[in-house]
Design a protein around this ligand. Structure first.
Ligand code: MF3
Ligand code: CO
Length: 264
């Protein structure tokens, strides 16, 4: 069953997601050569708590940290720790915040300093895939059209979409119905209705779509060791479009062209 949220609930979901967006913008600026993923996580957790929110991921199915920081060939669910980030690497930052009973969830992938053209293109295409997905959304559209936009955007560029992880509905729980595949599964899926709140999150690999999960039971890496990118927005379905909830004037993503508030 897919929840339809009232405007009052959507106002809180927007607040929760704006907290997430602000934390992501700050963490993105903190991705500098030599920083560890654990340091980014500590900063993220402090920022979430300073906004009177609670990290959604901490303790979720036993997940041990507040954020997921996924470097290079780590697709998602990178557990922050001693790993140092080097110039030329790409870093996915995924943040969730529970605020007044509702969850925000979003992710961004950023370069550490200058990165090669493959990595630049991977980031840009994944951002564009999220934008294309969001652009399909309005009341009455079948969910499959959202998935199709992501898959077509990525495969046209020779990249592959990960199949074992999907986007999701979000609200009082971080993961609610529906599941949102980043590829066409053959089922047209539910018809979108105004008031549904969806977390759309393409995970895109430069090489094979195949995934391996490390012994820590969380860290998902590409089977071929090639880099992977991940962007996520939480959006509400409106009659004629989608409203992005997880955005901030400081730094916007998932709108077709990466836009950076502070650094131009
Ligand atoms: N954005 C991810 C998701 O929606 C983050 C979950 S990490 C977890 O699944 F640790 F909380 F599982
Ligand atoms: Co999510």
């Amino acid at each position: 069953m897919i929840a339809l949220r009232t405007e009052r609930e959507i106002d809180i979901l927007r607040e929760a997601n704006q907290i997430v967006a602000e934390v992501l913008a700050t963490l993105a600026d903190a991705v500098l050569p030599g920083v560890t993923t654990g340091e980014l996580d500590e900063l993220g957790e402090a920022l979430i708590r300073r906004k009177d929110a609670v990290p959604s991921f901490l303790g979720y199915r036993g997940y041990p940290k507040a954020t997921c920081i996924s470097v290079e060939d780590v697709i998602v669910h990178g557990i922050p720790g001693a790993r140092r980030i080097n110039e030329g690497e790409i870093v996915s930052i995924d943040v969730g915040a529970l605020y007044k009973g509702y969850h925000g969830d979003a992710a961004i992938t950023v370069p550490c300093g200058p990165v090669d053209s493959l990595r630049q293109r991977l980031i840009r295409v994944t951002d564009q895939a999220l934008a294309a997905a969001i652009a399909t959304i309005r009341s009455g559209v079948y969910l499959q059209e959202v998935s199709r936009a992501i898959q077509e955007t990525c495969e046209a560029e020779g990249f592959s979409v990960v199949r074992v992880f999907v986007g999701h509905g979000i609200g009082r729980q971080m993961h609610e119905d529906p599941q949102i595949p980043n590829f066409v599964s053959g089922e047209r899926g539910p018809k979108l209705k105004a008031g549904m709140v969806l977390a759309i999150e393409p995970m895109v690999n430069a090489g094979t779509a195949d995934v391996r999960v490390l012994k820590d039971m969380w860290t998902a890496v590409t089977a071929d060791g090639k880099p992977s990118a991940h962007f996520e927005h939480s959006v509400v379905v409106r009659q004629k479009n989608a409203e992005i909830l997880s955005t901030t004037p400081k730094r916007a993503w998932g709108q077709g062209v990466l836009m950076h508030g502070r650094h131009g």
